[in-house]
Design a binder for this molecule. Sequence first.
Ligand SMILES: Cc1cc2nc3c(=O)[nH]c(=O)nc-3n(C[C@H](O)[C@H](O)[C@H](O)COP(=O)(O)OP(=O)(O)OC[C@H]3O[C@@H](n4cnc5c(N)ncnc54)[C@H](O)[C@@H]3O)c2cc1C
Length: 453
Amino acid sequence: MSYLHHTGIYWFNNDLRLADNEALTRFCEQANHAIFVYVLDPRWFKNSHYQSRHMGLYRWQFICEALQAINEQLESYGSGLHIKIGYPTEVLSHLINSSNATLLAGNRFAGVYEKRQWRHVVGQFPDLTTLVESGHTLFTEEQLPFALDALPGHFTPFRKKVEKLSVAPLSHPVNNIPAFPKNFRAENEIDLVPVHWPHMRQPESNNTDCLFKGGSSAGLDRLDYYLHQSKKVLRDKQTRNALDEFDASAKLSPWLACGSLSARQVFHHLKSFEVTIEANESTYWLYFELLWREYFQWYLEKHGKNLFRYRGVQGKAIMTSFWPERFQKWCTGNTPYSLVNACMKQLNATGYMSNRGRQIVASCLVNELQLDWRYGAAYFEQQLGDFDVASNWGNWQYLAGVGADPRGARQFDIQKQAATYDPDGSFVQKWRAEQNRLPLDSTDMVDWPIQWH
Ligand SMILES: Cc1cc2nc3c(=O)[nH]c(=O)nc-3n(C[C@H](O)[C@H](O)[C@H](O)COP(=O)(O)OP(=O)(O)OC[C@H]3O[C@@H](n4cnc5c(N)ncnc54)[C@H](O)[C@@H]3O)c2cc1C
């Protein structure tokens, strides 16, 4: 095999897997020596503009488990993962300089900041060769039957245009991991076990009893369980709206979000299940859900920072404001709506909430509490173990009526939702979610205490 580059750097980001990782496979074929790096940006652990952190405990623990798994896999080839704390631009520039690397590889970034960082690094080294693949999506941009600028504004026309496209086969497994450059020593600046919480301030909750275990093999196990072992996938369409039953939906989102599973792996396992076992409306539905995910990935790619704008991609004026007390009550599950409270307590205790629950609490924040939707989205970013930038902010915009919903803002009737999805009140009971009967606000518009008897 002929090697093109003496030393290359592979930047792991939200592609935390070795299998079905075309960028990694090609990188390993092109580098004689390799450094595999993961950069932990300290800004993730600071509060954003919206009173929440970019990274919360559940996701961080899950990512640490995934990093540990990658490190072990790389070590089995005599290599390892270099985990650094710092600003990605600085860490990577330093690494490129110190190792004289001529190749930088990774998967296409979903986030706006990460894209900017990549461009910044590449701009500093005009002689650097870059290798980038689309590992986070089912399709590549070239496959889309429209230019990105012409991405349909709503999901249904998008789905109709792409659902019959063929999905690329899984990439060849990596069978040769290049060794570290001479004199290079991989460092790990964080403790993966027990999970080290950078930035010193410990999170409020010490409950790290996540529902999910990080790493590709745990993700593949879950996929195998949902398809082959339990065959629960055959009832997905009927059950997926359940608020609390773990096997009611695939529960693949944390692995998909950090890339420990690729969307293509899920797709191909599903297709093979359909061919060898059974295909029905529910198996199609799982694909349908993957297409929602796909839509939001391209939606972010097209709209960039407008995904985070108050007026959304539509630039629409909406009448909401910000009441800190209401927001706190929503976050802690202390609103006048017991179903909303139960969902929020579930999220705070587990890092997960069902899709139905997410829709209900988001609608409540926007419509009943009349709060700025971005605070809700940012709180989800902090709390969700499966946070995915495109899916989260895209869904929030959709529900706030400034995004991809053709019908505009949609308000869920909370009482009706409770009657349909928690008819015997067992979900509310399980999460001890009392209805807060006190007035929503303790002060009025001009900050006077509200007198009530
Ligand atoms: C306000 C709000 C915020 C959300 N934030 C996120 C997020 O940060 N990360 C995330 O992965 N999903 C998010 N979703 C989508 C959805 O709620 C979760 O993907 C789903 O609940 C995960 O559980 P599951 O794997 O069992 O999903 P299933 O219903 O079994 O679906 C299978 C997969 O399809 C994808 N998917 C399903 N529904 C959606 C959807 N509406 N949008 C995008 N992808 C979807 C997910 O990758 C999911 O794992 C959000 C939805 C709402 C309404």
